[in-house]
Ligand binder design. Sequence first.
Ligand code: ARG
Length: 468
Amino acid sequence: MTHSKKTSVAPKPWGGRFSEGTAASVEAFTASIHYDARLYRQDIAGSCAHAKMLAKQGLISQAESESIIEGLETIKQEIERGEFVFRPELEDIHMNIEKTLVEKIGPAGEKLHTARSRNDQVALDLRLYLREESGRLIDLLTSLQKAFVTLARKNLSAVMPGYTHLQRAQPVLVSHHMLAYYEMFGRDIDRLNDGLKRINVLPLGAAAMAGTGLPIDRDFVARELGFSAVSANSMDTVADRDFAVEFLSACTLIQLHLSRLSEELVLWASEEFSFIKLADAFCTGSSIMPQKKNPDIPELIRGKTGRVTGNLMALLMILKGLPLTYNRDLQEDKEPIFDTVDTVGSSLAIAAELLGNMEFQREHLLEATSGGYMTATDLADYLVLKNVPFRQAHAIVGRTVAHCIEKGVDLTDLSIAELQQFSESIEEDVFKVLSVSGSVESRVSKGGTSGKAVSARLQEAEVKLGLA
Ligand code: ARG
């Protein structure tokens, strides 16, 4: 056979049946070490547990197992000190570590891969990695929740317009708005926790895909590595990346929630809204317009939602149409996962910091609640309590608002006599419900915006987060 380019002289751990070296172009195309080196800790932890099990089962000697573990520890330290030389001709992190181990400790190192394949090894590394990262993201989400709860406590009495269709709808407490995000990110924590149930299953022992005839003890390895279960079908085990899809979709929802928050912060920081002030240290300027103070952090978080969603799509497409069991396509799972982990992690961290460095402009918020007839629903509810059917009440208030618009006044500017022209059921006590604070306080239903309901939920949140 002819091929144009040079071939590598480096012997491969799998090179036995090959009569010529790998083409350099093929080596370059198939290598993943430039990104999967990131899994070195998981790879070493998995190998140590595997070596212990092999010794316990009498497949290698105790001395060999100890020598393997010691060698792997040395390699870990070398990687951490930046002294380890990663070799692209050894393809991936698994073979880089194994080959170096053999060079360090000799034949004992060649026994490490007993009853194991890179197919179950890479699945193990990925599961260990996602288990760790799920925990880290949950911590970051919890910190973000704390930032919202802190803002809710600090602004407990402040009111602001609540919107539907980005039109002023009904007045709400600022705290109610902040706690909406507390709930949203709480669901993200639940989702990651739920995904952990499926991540935390030991794949090692599936070997290439059919299991092994050697007398291994998978339950022992599971206990060593803190897995709560052992996978049930070796074929499914090396082919499965569902747990990674779930992780990426949970991450996409996190980023999407951050994006919706970002959109609000960008709007609120504008001259037009003036609802918040962002600290100078958390904004950037314009190179041409000296007056500018731009909310680049929320804009970038919003923008990064594109790549996080794209990474989820990438993994879904990698898996679509893959026959059982392992296929090299699966190597393409790692870059989208790493990118999402980095992007979502840094976005969560900076968002929490940003929230700690912003102030609500309470006067502007209050101002924005006057006008816009935001207590119109309250007037309708008032009439309902006076036994007017809701549809009639809706029409009465509609006419009253039309009248106000024509006169250029607010509902609270009308005299009782004027109000009574629209309905005889209206009495002196109506003014209480027409005020912004009266409106807010009236929403006592569970989950509503009254001070009582919001305080109760805030208290629960503070207890849960250890803030109270
Ligand atoms: N680097 C590979 C991956 O990430 C490891 C498994 C390779 N297995 C194989 N038989 N080529 O998926």
